[in-house]
Ligand binder design. Sequence first.
Ligand code: BEZ
Length: 398
Amino acid sequence: MDSKPVSRRTILQGAAVAGLAGASGFVPTKFAIGNTAKVKVGIMLPYSGTYAGLGEAITNGMKMAIAEKGGKLGGRDIEYVAVDDESDPAKAPENTNKLVTGEKVDFVVGTVHSGVAMGMVKVTKQSGTITIIPNAGANAATGPMCSPNIFRTSFSNWQTTFPLGKVAIEKGYKNVVTMTWKYAAGEEMIGAFEEHFTSRGGRIARQILVPFPNVEFQANLTEIAALKPDAVMCFFAGAGALKFVKDYAAAGLKGIPLIGPGFLTDGVLKGQGEAAEGILTTLHYADNLDTPLNKTFRAAYEKQFGKGADVYAVQGYDAGQLLVQAMAAVKGDTSAQPALIAAMEKAEIKSPRGNFTFSKAHNPIQDIYLREVKNGQETVLGVAQKGLIDPARGCKAV
Ligand code: BEZ
């Protein structure tokens, strides 16, 4: 339920809309004074630090999707309230509460970092605020912490790299070193890779963990050179991925194939240049997907923001589309929460990544592509796994 106190200002806005309704013929099916106020969309994303670029791309994508449909949600104007979460899990409860309790937002859209997402979901699960996760892959959000009011338009960490385990075996890799920042995202992506890879006979020679958001990789790269594995599988993203890939090449390790989830190159490929050539990744999106929708989306994004779209922009765009569809279904009545949730569960998102629907645990059911950097381009080699559903281990609430 929307328990926002009804202010005098809101009532005046309500009266104005009621007058307008008479003149224009527009009559909200369920008139509620509170619903004539702006819809408050709380945005909790990193706008500083190593994931700042990801937060910006998600924001751009989300606002673009809503603007394309007239800039309103269910006929209501929107007020965006944004918080920079700094990718800091320790500040997640306080930042979420700023939006939920302080700003009394109707929706929370956040966040990027899996650790922050867990703190955020804990709060919004309790408050019942409808939450859309436009990146963070924390398995728990659509696993043990799943909830009717929590949705994700991105991926689960498991989903991005489970298919890569089989790809690595098919490439003939038997002995692999894994490396990641030490927190849920990388650990879960490596866990899913390992689950599939070892079940088919692969062996993990060594797991290297680096504190987040450290970018001093030299000692680890020296260790990799000494271990001489068949391949290195790793997770880094944003500014950290940009530096890791360059350092890897500069350390003379290009002879050892580098594989991982597509975050390793997405959004930072241009800056990585030559160093990224040959990197093999799995992800639910690729810049060069040859579909009319992806081409239109990318052209519009580039025109509007003066830079290329990436997977983060797509996930934000799809969060915007989900809001538009759900709010249209309830004609802007945010107090109709069960109907809103039902509309979100039924939504079919026509995404630049390919169309998708939601699993029972509210995670996208989607194709995972196999991509390789060739001549500076993210080339799609094929679909590594079609219609992949996250197993939602531990989810009982939905
Ligand atoms: C995460 O923390 O879940 C994450 C961050 C950046 C890219 C992908 C996943």
